[in-house]
Design a protein around this ligand. Structure first.
Ligand code: G6P
Length: 374
């Protein structure tokens, strides 16, 4: 695999823009959509001998750090929905700090781009000692996590060089959505939904191409925000993870304080921060939580919040009622896959903010691509 920046100035920029291709590679040979009488299905070769055990588990525990944790959080709702199994989330270091309970009846899913992160690796050893079935989701064939887990899925996103993870994030979400489909198996009750998710996965690369056209718009927004001290990102439901991951991107590369906030928690603290000066990015794309997000926007308007709202194409008028705000319109995907689309404008914003602020895009100060020490 040839690794160079091609026509791009930075690896992060290249990796953001190559997501339509990296997602295609992630899905290649794994999704099957035959003729009219053929079922739509998913094949994850690395799991085939363990699917029965996974389906029988009492709990699925996602374990990861940083962006990999956020990707798992984005996939959690669809995994819960299609598997019917409780899914819990663990930041690897926190699980180890608490020595939290892991049981033989658990399936532990270790998510790591590099497959070498020390905390995730130690959490894997801990889960193995406790008898859980361990599944690895990594981007690195032959990595420690890929080798030591019982089974797994490679995300096949191609080498990622920028320290801030971008294309690995979207590929991880897609792999975990495929994992949800595989565990959901052939349950008749969810067949329609499974087929809609499979169709939605097929549609993602073209929607990714479309959302990448927002590049200039996000650059213009970055110019407006260049001197800000802080940016809040509000999300909920499928896009709570998008809020955390968007804020993480801005923080780690643009070196600007940024916080992802679960919109449902707004009244329990964050609302105190709202004034005419602090920029607030609200994710309000169409899904079951849409009307709740509309009401959040109204409450932020009522406190004169400085809003930037991400909404589904054509929804500008429905999200910006009762105040002024800047609107970013994105293409609509299947609800559980919308995080794959929604993170892209935030990746672009973080990228442009970093360049405009004159910071190192591919190697932010104090950070490493792979944290192999505790
Ligand atoms: C470091 C990187 C992040 C990454 C995290 C987890 O902090 O800078 O980009 O998300 O490690 O890495 P992993 O390789 O386990 O996904």
């Amino acid at each position: 695999e040839q690794i160079n920046k091609g026509k791009y100035e930075h690896y992060m920029q290249k990796e953001i823009h190559e997501q339509p291709e990296s997602l295609t590679t992630t899905m290649r040979g794994r999704l099957i959509r035959g003729g009219s009488c053929k079922a739509k299905t998913v094949l994850l070769g690395g799991l085939k001998d363990h699917l029965k055990t996974i389906r029988r588990s009492r709990r699925i525990v996602f374990i990861g750090c940083g962006t990999s944790y956020n990707a798992a959080l984005a996939a959690r709702p669809i995994l819960e929905e299609l598997s019917g199994i409780p899914v819990t989330m663990e930041i690897a270091s926190d699980l180890l700090d608490r020595q939290g309970p892991i049981y033989r009846e658990d399936t532990a899913v270790l998510v790591s781009q590099s497959g070498e992160t020390a905390d995730t690796l130690n959490a894997l050893e801990y889960a193995l000692e406790n008898g859980a079935l361990c599944v690895g989701i990594t981007n690195t064939v032959g990595s420690a996590i890929a080798r030591k887990t019982h089974c797994g899925v490679h995300i096949n996103a191609g080498a990622e060089i920028g320290v801030a993870s971008t294309k690995a994030y979207t590929s991880q979400i897609v792999v975990m959505a495929m994992l949800a489909l595989a565990i959901g198996g052939d349950l008749i009750s969810s067949q329609e939904r499974r087929e809609a998710v499979i169709d939605g996965l097929f549609d993602l690369p073209s929607k990714l191409k479309e959302v990448l056209k927002l590049d200039q718009e996000m650059k213009d927004l970055a110019k407006l925000l260049i001197a800000e001290q802080s940016l809040l990102v509000f999300g909920r439901g499928y896009n709570y993870a998008t809020a955390l991951e968007g804020a993480l991107k801005v923080k780690e590369v643009a070196l600007m304080h940024s916080e992802g906030i679960l919109a449902g928690e707004m009244k329990h603290g964050p609302l105190a921060l709202v004034d005419e000066t602090l920029p607030i990015f609200v994710i309000a794309t169409r899904d079951a939580c849409f009307s709740k997000q509309q009401s959040v926007i109204q409450q932020l308007h009522a406190r004169k919040g400085r809003l930037i709202v991400m909404c589904t194409k054509g929804d500008a008028a429905s999200v910006c009622v009762g105040g002024s705000c800047r609107v970013i319109e994105v293409p609509q995907a299947e609800d559980c896959l919308q995080p794959v689309i929604n993170i892209v404008p935030l990746q672009l914003l973080a990228y442009h903010l970093t360049v405009l602020r004159g910071h190192n895009v591919d190697q932010p100060r104090n950070l490493a691509k792979s944290v192999t020490t505790q």
